[in-house]
Design a protein around this ligand. Structure first.
Ligand code: ATP
Ligand code: MG
Length: 431
């Protein structure tokens, strides 16, 4: 059987200094004058056992249990009551049955409420109340009989009396536990209802999630298909690209070869061009000189043409003059013959007549005429001879000039041919 060994009060009501009250085996009495604090000790016990009502402790609020000062001592902020229980025979409730002595402490701090400890370990008020209920006592227990309590018990209703009997039978704890169990059961039922609601909600969610899972599976399958299709497409594209690359490489090689050939050709042509370019000034010079020569020859030809025309005219003129001279000559010869004939006739006449003065005068004049005519004939002959010689010279000159003109024409033609060839070559050169 668990015994109350002692109670220690500190800062509780009038017990401002720590006070220990030993509760020995048997009967313990507290004797003192009115107002010395006897009832405060009992209230300390009940407070420590878990009393929750300040009114039951003759106070307005729970903080009233803290020493609130006297004329010569300041108020405290903390009150503490400790009950020592002797558990040497180990009959305490199982939760606290590990120790030989149990120390139950309730402590209150102003404005911040109570706290409970059993053997230094923090516990709930409920645990302490239950501990004392199991020990068939407690703050409201009938085991504590205060002033006027006996009369109240006698007048109590059967339920009230039943409490007393149950306490005596030691099942108050069970009642308290049943109450607690019922509370828990109700809480569990409430929880269960809530859980059912939750289950219903979750069921709905589950349907949604299942649908989502199906969609996700479908999505995954489709994604896989898409991925494999994409992979195939990409592979095909890659192959096509590879083929195109190979083709392009082949083309590149061909083009490179062509480029090399063309480069070589270009180099060759450049060399040719350079060669031709180097020949060009000479050709240009030749062309210029040929052109100059051509010009010169053309001028010469023009001169020769003019000369030829002049000579032709001159020859025509000379021919005319020759013809004239021939005509004159013939006329003069005819005159001469006439004169000869006349002379012969005159001489015949003279001979026939003999010598006479008159006739000699006529003969003299005829002779003078004849001599004059002879002289003019000689002059004309000389002139004709000179003219014939001049004609021969001019003809020779003309022949020479014609030959020269033919030569020049031939040379001109040659020069024109060369000029045309040089122009063709020049046009064929790259710009
Ligand atoms: P009675 O013989 O008349 O029953 P009692 O010995 O039971 O008297 P209590 O009623 O225990 O005396 O003590 C009352 C005394 O405790 C009063 O003097 C009161 O001033 C004092 N008291 C009560 N509460 C406090 C408190 N919070 N702080 C200081 N003193 C207090
Ligand atoms: Mg009293």
């Amino acid at each position: 059987m668990v015994h109350f060994a002692k109670v220690r009060l500190s800062g509780f009501k009038s017990f401002v200094d720590p006070t220990e009250v030993d509760i020995a085996a048997g009967l313990t009495g507290i004797v003192g004058p009115n107002g010395c604090g006897k009832s405060n000790i009992l209230e300390g016990l009940r407070w420590c056992m878990g009393e929750g009502s300040a009114r039951q402790l003759r106070g307005g609020g729970m903080d009233d249990v803290i020493f609130n000062g006297t004329t010569d001592r300041p108020a405290r902020n903390i009150a503490e009551v400790a009950i020592h229980l002797d558990n040497s025979d180990r009959t305490a409730p199982s939760a606290f049955n590990n120790f030989d002595e149990l120390e139950v402490v309730r402590r209150i701090e102003r404005d911040s409420g109570s706290s409970y400890r059993v053997n230094g370990q923090d516990v709930r008020a409920r645990d302490v109340q239950l501990l004392f209920a199991d020990l068939s006592t407690g703050a409201r227990s009938t085991a504590i009989v205060s002033q006027g309590r006996i009369g109240a018990l006698i007048n109590a209703k059967p339920e009230g009396r039943r409490l007393l009997i149950e306490e005596a039978a030691g099942i108050t704890g069970l009642h308290s536990r049943r109450h607690e169990a019922e509370l828990r059961l109700r809480a569990a039922e409430t929880n269960l209802e809530r859980l059912e609601d939750v289950v219903t909600t979750l069921g709905g969610q589950l349907q949604g999630l299942k649908r989502q899972a199906r969609q996700a599976t479908r999505y995954r399958n489709l994604s896989e298909q898409i991925r494999s299709t994409e992979a195939m497409v990409l592979h095909q594209r890659w192959q096509a690209a590879q083929l195109a690359l190979d083709e392009a490489k082949a083309q590149l090689a061909a083009v490179s070869e062509e480029v090399a050939t063309l480069t070589a050709e270009s180099a060759r042509l450049s060399t040719g061009s350079a060669d031709l370019g180097s020949k060009l000034p000479a050709l240009r010079e030749a062309e210029a000189s040929a052109a100059a020569a051509l010009h010169r020859h053309m001028v010469a030809r023009d001169t020769l043409d003019t000369e030829e025309q002049r000579l032709t005219a001159r020859r025509t003129e000379l021919e005319a003059r020759i013809a004239q001279v021939d005509a004159d000559l013939a006329r003069e010869q005819a005159h001469h013959q006439d004169a000869e004939a006349a002379l012969a006739r005159l001489q015949e006449e003279a001979a026939a007549l003999g010598t006479g003065q008159d006739d000699s005068e006529v003969i003299d004049s005829a002779r003078a005429d004849r001599d004059g005519l002879r002289r003019s004939v000689e002059t004309m002959e000389t002139q004709a001879t000179g003219l014939t010689r001049q004609i021969a010279t001019r003809t020779a000159e003309r022949d020479g000039l014609e030959r020269r003109a033919a030569e020049l024409a031939e040379r001109l033609e040659q020069l024109q041919t060369r000029h045309a060839a040089a122009e063709t070559e020049l046009a064929a050169l790259p710009r």
